[in-house]
Design a protein around this ligand. Structure first.
Ligand code: ADP
Ligand code: MG
Length: 607
């Protein structure tokens, strides 16, 4: 083995264009993350094609076969050659159209993506034609000329062997519980929103469909047929609108569960401008209302359809389009909260709802001091009529009840700068609104575990509290209502990072290292810190061995590390990218060697 002299100045690596198939496959993996994402895209295409009946057939959780058949307008013969090319669409022609787009699709990526990660066959017939056409696609192009064939009205798209060329993903999906439940869940959601369309979803070989809805004018009927009588009979209709441009403009209608409904998990079916989307902020906000309003709160069932002026919704924030970003989101969330709250309160006149008071739980170690009261503000006009112990800090810069005089100060060292804290906080909030969990069942289970262990009173305290300042190296002072709490920042940060990793799993943004760093050297650096208790010669040899083995191992696992954790290791064993766990937070780069060493050890222990 030749060893390069250490002093030699490294030339910058050459930049080259990735081959197009590579680029396309990378992009495809983002659009089609798992079988259920393919089903969503296909069903949305069918809805865009004005179908009134859509049926889905799935084999092996979608890995073997996904077949979506509709009775929509079909695809023209002339369009078949470019149908599965990237960025070919019938729905958008200029950028401005995005502002008013009504169709679900517009990026022209879904079908193309599917051809890069699976085998796609399209059978379609347009109105007035005597026969249809069938054609298969691979990597964006037709495999053969379209063949004339008998066809029923509409389009049928079949995807076989999804992820046949993405071994790591296929294996993980095979190992996790299959996607079929997710697909059934997806179709159930579509079925209760698009009540003029009939949906069915069936597992290959099964005699009965698991979702079977018929077009109906009544939403409640649709919910009954999909989610069952127990859900449907415990729902209350909700409606609200606001047309005041100075605050918010929206129309909302839906159904929410009443106090008799019992469930372990929240079901939140949210459509914004007819798009099925996720909005964790809204979901959490409504859960809080349930906890606070109903005496024995169960997790709610919520179906909500919100219509906003199209220019208030940015639909193009995510390749899978499952997130949208809204203008005035916080205002809208608050409005929905208050609507749901008042409907719940009025829903049962004969029943008296007890207010649940949020109290500190002394059993939680990080919240240790609930008896500190604020000093009155000498000049604050608000404080005139309010009892001393009732002064509530609403803003950390609020002069009422300044605590800073009592604080141990070391602004340089701590996250003491309010401005940066606010930005971090708001960006965390923003990120939370996105649905960013990887849809892997194992990850979902970990997240569910966290959610189920979440202490709602404590959550409320943390959410509604105002940061006062650091009390010492470890504890921060937080104020909630009239109580002051000491929060262990170290523990909280660890938990925050862990939860962020789960929620961003496989969707991390990257920190690009200015120069790729050789893993072996990083590991050596980290090992130098450790004393292996051997003769110095032997010691060095051993360290070198460990570094070599760990590097080898990480290189072998690079595909998985990249896909799930955005840790990028090239074939020469250089580290060039790390994940962003928290927006606007850059980790201490001096700790990278230590991190890589741990990574090597941990990856080693899971193989
Ligand atoms: P997008 O939906 O963003 O336009 P897709 O890749 O999903 O991109 O689809 C590309 C085009 O193929 C669509 O614009 C539409 O014209 C056509 N198409 C796809 N599926 C269907 C379908 N089921 N029925 C009719 N046309 C379809
Ligand atoms: Mg589409």
């Amino acid at each position: 083995m030749e060893i390069e002299p250490a002093e030699e100045v490294k030339e910058p690596p050459r930049i080259h264009r990735l081959d197009e198939p590579v680029v396309n496959r990378i992009a495809a993996g983002e659009v089609i993350q798992r079988p259920v994402s393919a089903v969503k895209e296909l069903v949305e295409n069918s809805l865009d094609a004005s179908s009134t009946s859509i049926s889905v057939l799935v084999k092996d959780g979608g890995l073997k076969l996904i077949q979506v058949s509709d009775d929509g307008h079909g695809i023209r013969y002339e369009d078949l050659p470019i149908l599965c090319e990237r960025h070919t669409t019938s729905k958008l022609s200029k950028y401005e159209d995005l502002q008013s787009i009504k169709s679900m699709g517009f990026r022209g990526e879904a079908l193309a993506s599917m051809t890069y990660v699976g085998h796609v066959t399209v059978t379609t017939i347009t109105r007035g034609q005597l026969h249809g056409y069938r054609v298969s696609y691979r990597d964006g192009v037709m495999e053969n000329e379209p063949k004339a064939c008998a066809a029923v009205k509409g389009t049928q798209i079949v995807i076989e062997n999804l992820f046949y060329n993405m071994i790591a993903r296929r294996k993980t999906l095979q190992n996790s519980a299959d996607d079929y439940t997710k697909i059934v869940d997806l179709l159930s959601r579509f079925a209760i929103h698009h009540i003029d369309v009939s949906f069915s979803c069936r597992k290959h070989g099964a005699a009965r469909a698991d979702v079977h809805s018929v077009a109906t004018p009544s939403r409640l009927n649709a919910i009954r047929s999909v989610y069952g009588l127990l859900v449907a009979q415990n729902l209350i209709k909700i409606e609200a609108s606001d047309h005041d441009p100075s605050s918010s403009v929206f129309e909302m209608d839906g159904f929410i569960s009443n106090s008799n409904y019992v469930a372990k998990k929240t079901t939140m079916v949210l459509f914004i401008n007819d798009r099925l989307v996720e909005c964790t902020a809204l979901k959490r906000a409504l859960e809080v209302v349930y906890v606070a309003t109903l005496p024995k709160a169960s997790k709610p069932f919520i179906y909500m359809s919100i219509t906003l002026p199209p220019e208030h919704v940015d639909v193009n924030v995510h390749p899978t389009k499952r997130e949208v970003s809204l203008l005035n989101q916080e205002v809208i969330v608050e409005k929905m909260q208050s609507v749901v709250e008042s409907v719940l309160r009025n829903s049962n006149e004969s029943r008296t709802f007890q207010e649940q008071t949020v109290e500190a739980t002394p059993s939680v170690p990080s919240v240790t001091n609930n008896d500190l009261h604020l000093s009155p503000s000498p000049s604050g006009s608000k404080s005139q009529r309010v009892p001393v112990n009732k002064i509530v800090r609403t803003d950390s810069s609020d002069p009422a009840g300044r605590m800073h005089a009592y604080l141990y100060k070391n602004p340089q060292k701590y996250l003491g700068r309010d401005s940066s804290l606010t930005t971090v906080r708001s960006s965390v909030r923003q990120r939370r609104n996105l649905k960013e969990t990887a849809d892997l069942t194992s990850i979902q289970e970990l997240i569910n575990d966290i959610d189920s262990k979440c202490h709602s009173d404590l959550l409320d305290i943390v959410r509604q509290s105002t940061y006062v300042g650091m009390a010492d190296d470890v504890f921060a002072l937080l104020q909630h209502n009239t109580h002051l709490y000491l929060a262990n920042v170290v523990n909280l940060s660890k938990e925050l990072m862990y939860q962020q990793v789960l929620r961003r799993f496989a969707h991390f943004n990257a920190i690009q290292l200015s120069e790729p760093a050789p893993l072996q050297e990083l590991i050596m650096l980290a090992l130098k810190e450790e004393d292996l208790d051997l003769e110095s010669n032997e010691n060095d040899e051993l360290k070198k061995k460990i570094a070599e083995m760990n590097t080898q191992l990480l290189k072998q696992k690079s595909e998985m590390l990249e896909e799930y954790f955005c840790i990028f290791i090239d074939s020469d064993g250089n580290l060039s990218r790390l994940p962003i766990l928290l927006d606007q937070y850059t980790p201490d780069m001096d700790r990278v060697p230590e991190f890589v060493l741990c990574l090597g050890n941990d990856v080693g222990s899971i193989v």
